[in-house]
Design a protein around this ligand. Structure first.
Ligand code: HOC
Length: 381
């Protein structure tokens, strides 16, 4: 790879070279036959932007507000489980890059880095993502810790009552085998300078940052995996959101909605925002792409709550399309982790900078100068 990586796919190919196969596939893969994984990306091609000229586009401003965050562009970094497995302290690197560019960062419940470490790295608040766990005391303590550390916004994931069937993980022995020994075998096979040294598997063992006070032995990845397998709560309902509202004083964004009725229910329980998402096509395969579901949801609830969309966003052009279809912003997951795995923190900063340039350029060529001018008349199906 003799040229500078620029696109998400450039970073993806570099990440594939650098990471052990089972980790790359865990990040890159989707559920079952991966039909929705392809649809998430390809369905952006069903929409075309409108070119307009001679409208004085001097002074393009890509900034906007997302759930109270003054963002440099309508982009946020999505929560990604175990991001610190792909680069040393990956969550902290992602948060620093997000801060440098000026967009929100959300840490996963399953982050390698604890919330305190991430927030200390920038001195700025971040958003915290939660899965409902069977033990509500553990949920309460996780949220208390996140809030005390300075997390402002809760991103509550609702599309994972059970883990999807990610067949690459079965093929690679990521499911049903000993994760810790798999990591250490991969580390032995790797040579420096390489992923294993970088992420610390050959030196300092990993811990699962946000769960370190609740998993019996957070240094033992098998114990962490057993905890996750036994604790993710499939009994969760809309009523649990009222309970979350009572213990979380900040904003709540519900992530993983694909249907208008569910979006309306989210509004009814007082969600400050929703994420139209099929979990990066990692859960229900053959479900529609997220982008195809956005217009109807935006039409139904766009005036009552903020709308984010994730899944398949691979460029600033895709961001502009999402905004034109009614989103206040997007979440990008795999793209920032590919960039981080490939080129570290600088990779994430560079990728975000490219997205921002793409958004600004598209805006100029569409004849608009601010994000609120990107409206539905600028997109054709
Ligand atoms: C068995 C636990 O959101 C992902 C994450 C975390 C899933 C946890 C599965 O990989 O999509």
């Amino acid at each position: 790879f003799n040229v500078n990586p620029v696109t998400v796919d450039d970073y993806r190919r570099l990440a594939e070279r650098r990471l052990p196969r089972f980790l790359f596939d865990y990040l890159d893969g989707g559920a079952n036959a991966e039909a929705s994984l392809a649809a998430n990306v390809n369905d952006f091609d069903n929409y075309r932007l409108v070119q307009r000229v001679l409208r004085n586009v001097d002074g393009i401003d890509t900034s906007t507000t997302i759930a109270g965050f003054d963002a440099a562009m309508p982009v946020t970094l999505a929560p990604v489980g175990m991001a610190g497995m792909y680069r040393r302290r990956g969550e902290t690197q992602g948060a620093r890059a997000a801060d440098a560019v000026g967009v929100p960062y959300t840490v996963s419940t399953l982050g390698i880095c604890p919330v305190e470490e991430i927030i200390a790295a920038t001195g700025k608040p971040i958003w915290f993502q939660l899965y409902m766990l069977r033990d509500r005391d553990v949920v309460q303590s996780l949220l208390a810790r996140a809030q005390a550390a300075g997390c402002t916004t809760l991103v509550f994931t609702v599309d994972l009552p059970v883990a999807g069937m990610r067949l690459r993980d079965y093929r690679n022995g990521m499911i049903g085998t000993n994760l810790a020994s798999k990591l250490s075998k991969a580390a032995q096979l790797a040579t420096s300078p390489c992923w294993a040294y970088d992420v610390g598997i050959k030196g300092k063992p990993h811990t699962i940052g946000n769960l370190d006070k609740v998993v019996p032995d957070p240094d033992d990845l098998n114990a962490v995996k057993a905890f996750i397998d036994s604790q993710f709560d499939p009994r969760c309902t809309w009523e649990d959101i009222a309970w979350l509202r009572s213990i979380w004083s900040g904003k709540i964004i519900i992530k993983g909605l694909m249907e208008v009725d569910d979006a309306k229910a989210a509004v009814d329980v007082g969600a400050d925002g929703i994420v139209v998402s099929n979990h990066g096509a990692r859960q229900l395969d053959s479900v529609a792409s997220s982008i195809s579901k956005l217009p109807a949801i935006a039409k139904a609830v766009g005036k009552q709550t903020e709308i984010l969309v994730d899944g398949g966003i691979r460029s600033g052009i895709d961001v502009v399309k999402a905004v034109a279809l009614g989103a206040n912003g997007v979440m990008i997951g795999r793209p920032w982790v590919y960039a981080n795995a490939a080129r570290g923190e600088q990779g994430v900063t560079d990728l975000l900078t490219t997205f921002q340039k793409e958004i600004a350029t598209a805006m100029a060529l569409m004849g608009v100068t601010s994000i609120d001018q990107i409206t539905s008349d600028l997109i054709e199906a």
